[in-house]
Design a protein around this ligand. Structure first.
Ligand code: ADP
Ligand code: MG
Length: 251
C-alpha cells in the first residue's frame, strides 16, 4: 500500500452500533479518519459523541460493524484475533483517564511487566523501564506504588509504560481530565514529545479545550460524525529549550 509510509492510520466508512434493550444506537456514522506519523492529532467532542468508541475501533480493541482500519499499512480488522492482539502489543501504546495501574506494583514494575509480556528479556526490560521513567521525570519514584503517588505522577507512569515499547501508534483517551492544569500540561507535552522526537502518531481524544494549543491537527466529532478537520499552526515550541533529548527511550 503506497500510503502506508505516510499514514500511520487510515480508516474508512466506520460504523458502530450498540444494542441497548430493544433499540440500537448508532455511535459512529460512516467515519473516515487518518493520522500521520509525527503529529498530535486531537479528536475533540462533547461527552457521548463517540470519541472512546472511535479510538477503540482504530486501535484494535473494538471491531466496527462496517468499515476498514489500516494501521501501519495493515488492514487490522481482517486479521485473526491473535494477530490483532499481537499488533496492539507490538505497536500501540495506550493512556487512559484512570491511569490503569496495578495497585500492588511499583512504578518500575508497572513498566517492566508490559515489556516482559511482550517478550523482552528481564535485564533489558528493567533497563528500558528505568529509562522510560527517567524520560518522564520519575527517576526518584521508581519504587513508589500508586497509593504513594499524585495523579500527575501516576499518569506519568502510565505514559512511561506506553512509551517504553517505542510504539508507532499512541492512543490517549482523556489523558488529562483527572489532572489539574499544570499536570495536564506536563502530560500533553510528553505526548507531543513522543510525536516529535519519536515519530509516533499520537491520537488524543478529549473534551478539554486547553489541549487544543498542543495539537498539530484538530478533528471535531459530534454525535458520531466528523464535523471539522484542520491543521494548527502552533505557537508553543515543540521541545523544551533547556534539556532537549533527541530520542525518547531505548529502541
Ligand atoms: P465519548 O467517549 O465521546 O464520551 P463514547 O464513545 O464512550 O463517547 O460513547 C458514545 C455513545 O455510545 C454514548 O451514548 C454511550 O452511552 C454509547 N456506548 C458506548 N459504549 C457502549 C456499549 N458498550 N453499549 C451501549 N452503548 C454504548
Ligand atoms: Mg470517552
Amino acid at each position: 500500500m503506497s500510503s502506508a509510509s505516510e499514514h500511520a492510520l487510515n480508516a474508512h466508512g466506520l460504523y458502530k452500533r450498540f444494542k441497548t434493550g430493544r433499540t440500537h444506537i448508532e455511535v459512529l456514522k460512516r467515519v473516515d479518519f487518518d493520522a500521520l506519523h509525527g503529529d498530535v492529532t486531537m479528536v475533540m467532542g462533547p461527552s457521548g459523541s463517540g470519541k472512546s468508541t472511535l479510538i477503540a475501533t482504530l486501535s484494535g480493541l473494538l471491531k466496527p460493524d462496517e468499515g476498514q482500519v489500516a494501521a501501519l499499512g495493515q488492514d487490522i480488522w481482517s486479521l485473526r484475533q491473535g494477530k490483532i492482539d499481537r499488533f496492539r502489543l507490538d505497536h500501540c501504546g495506550f493512556i487512559f483517564q484512570g491511569f490503569n495501574l496495578f495497585s500492588a506494583l511499583t512504578a518500575l514494575q508497572q513498566v517492566e511487566i508490559v515489556l516482559k509480556y511482550q517478550g523482552v528479556p528481564k535485564r533489558e526490560a528493567r533497563r528500558r523501564a528505568a529509562d522510560a521513567l527517567a524520560e518522564v521525570g520519575l527517576e526518584t519514584r521508581m519504587n513508589s506504588r500508586p497509593s504513594e503517588m499524585s495523579g500527575g505522577e501516576k499518569q506519568r507512569v502510565a505514559i512511561a509504560r506506553a512509551l517504553a515499547k517505542s510504539p508507532q501508534l499512541l492512543f490517549a483517551d482523556e489523558p488529562t481530565s483527572a489532572l489539574d492544569g499544570e499536570n495536564g500540561q506536563v502530560v500533553i507535552r510528553l505526548l507531543q514529545r513522543a510525536a516529535k522526537s519519536h515519530g509516533a502518531a499520537v491520537v488524543c481524544v478529549t473534551h478539554d479545550p486547553r489541549l487544543e494549543a498542543y495539537a498539530d491537527r484538530i478533528i471535531h466529532i459530534e454525535d458520531g460524525n466528523i464535523l471539522g478537520d484542520h491543521r494548527v499552526v502552533s505557537t508553543i515550541p515543540n521541545s523544551e529549550p533547556h534539556h532537549h533529548r533527541p530520542a525518547l527511550v531505548g529502541a
